[in-house]
Design a protein around this ligand. Structure first.
Ligand SMILES: Cc1cc2nc3c(=O)[nH]c(=O)nc-3n(C[C@H](O)[C@H](O)[C@H](O)COP(=O)(O)OP(=O)(O)OC[C@H]3O[C@@H](n4cnc5c(N)ncnc54)[C@H](O)[C@@H]3O)c2cc1C
Length: 386
């Protein structure tokens, strides 16, 4: 039996990790968050600070030179960085997203080649599934991979790729058997930024996470060695979706972090701001809003942590929990950041305070790694299959 005192609570090691990341994010990341957003520039200072503390890709297993953080620890890192700067939190989040296909299904040789540079921070790794005409409907992708002797030749355009151009490596999904069964005709490949024929589109002009470049990846007759396939031919979409089961939990953590950041700002503000001769924190209408925000945030956090534990154990019900954690946390983050803007009144609507940035950043968590409608499809599928 578990010691009663350890029942259902975060371990001291995880709490110590949270303290370390929180301090780093406060001292080295938060200070650049507004500028990164304003100038739409990649957060190089944050990346350096994360690298110096081994928080840039904490999930990489120790045998590949990584910190070997478990799924919950990785979520805590992403949450605490997102609390200060959502764009910066996409560094550890997307490094996990890009490498997860290799961790789940890549050959040992592929892992040995590509995971150590991510672990040391020499390279970042992006994930290229979406296309302009294949968003929620991933199986309708048009990018092609044609076998040519021992090599593959890739052609097409992947869209909305986070950290494209900054990342050295990309997991690219492409149809390798155009006559094959839909969904079972896709394969996954590692493509390098330096491969001949790889180029990038202009940066998307976005509402939020502006410090993280989102660009198209153009593949024009990109010839890669045969051993760059991840898993077997035809397994690509299964690997890509299995990856998302794990990484949706990290987007949930990102949403929790953004929401916590907004609640922190709102709490400090209501204790300072006076109207009608008293601090606005004294109004019950304000107190009820704060209570609702904190209650929704804590519920989301608990679901994310339970989903993280399921991700770590690779439990059979992970697809439900990953989707539920992401949808619940991102919907909560959208409401909480919007209420934080409300609690700051006119000031909240300006760039003098971070809550307007947090509200804009929260929105993407309802959209990427599958929209929240798609999460509900995933949850319903799990329920109905029982
Ligand atoms: C900033 C940003 C970063 C991104 N990063 C990456 C990345 O790194 N890698 C990557 O591969 N992709 C990435 N994406 C793509 C993202 O995952 C897709 O945008 C998302 O999956 C939705 O696809 P779509 O934009 O084509 O929307 P659509 O699929 O066209 O959806 C439009 C609307 O229709 C709804 N809808 C669609 N189908 C259904 C259905 N069956 N039932 C009910 N409603 C439905 C959707 O929920 C949505 O509300 C990113 C996107 C953005 C904006």
């Amino acid at each position: 039996m578990t010691d009663d005192f350890d029942l259902f609570r975060i371990s001291p090691d995880h709490e110590a990790l949270r303290d370390a990341v929180r301090t780093l994010a406060r001292d080295k990341i938060a200070v650049h968050a507004a500028e990164v957003d304003e100038t739409e520039s990649f957060p190089h200072d944050a990346y350096s600070a994360l690298r110096a503390s081994d928080f840039h890709a904490p999930h990489v297993p120790e045998q590949y030179g990584g910190a070997g953080a478990d799924a919950l620890a990785t979520c805590i890192v992403i949450e605490e960085v997102a609390r200060a700067c959502a764009s910066s939190s996409l560094i550890p989040a997307v490094n996990k997203l890009g490498t997860m296909p290799l961790i789940l299904a890549g050959s040992e040789e592929l892992r040995r080649r590509y995971l150590p540079p991510v672990a040391t921070g020499e390279a970042m790794f992006s994930y290229a599934l979406s296309e302009r005409e294949a968003g929620s409907d991933t199986a309708s992708m048009r990018t092609r991979a044609r076998a040519d002797g021992d090599e593959w030749i890739l052609n097409g355009t992947k869209t909305w790729i986070t950290n494209a151009g900054e990342s050295e490596y990309y997991t690219v999904l492409a149809v390798s058997d155009p006559d094959g069964r839909r969904g079972a005709n896709v394969s996954a490949f590692v493509v390098e930024r330096s491969d001949e024929g790889v180029s990038f589109g202009a940066k998307e002009r976005k509402l939020g996470v502006k410090g993280s470049p989102t660009r198209e990846v153009h593949l024009a007759n990109v010839r890669i060695p045969g051993d760059r396939i991840v898993g077997e031919p035809g397994e690509g979409l299964r690997i890509a979706l299995r990856t998302l089961d794990h990484t949706r939990v990290t987007i949930g953590a990102q949403a929790v972090g953004i929401a916590q950041g907004a609640l922190d700002v709102a709490l400090a503000y209501v204790k300072e701001r006076k109207q009608f001769g008293k601090h606005i924190a004294e109004f019950q209408g304000v107190q009820f809003m704060l209570a609702d925000m904190a209650m929704a945030l804590e519920a989301a956090r608990q679901l994310v942590y339970v989903a993280a534990a399921k991700s770590q154990r690779d439990d059979p019900d992970l697809p439900f929990f990953g989707a539920a954690a992401k949808a619940q946390a991102s919907d909560a983050a959208m409401r909480i950041t919007t209420d934080a803007v409300q609690l700051l009144g006119g000031a909240g609507y300006t760039r003098d305070f971070p809550v307007e940035r947090m509200m804009r950043d929260a929105k993407i968590t309802q959209i990427y790694e599958g929209t929240n409608q798609v999460q509900r499809i995933v949850m319903a599928r799990s329920l109905l299959a029982r």
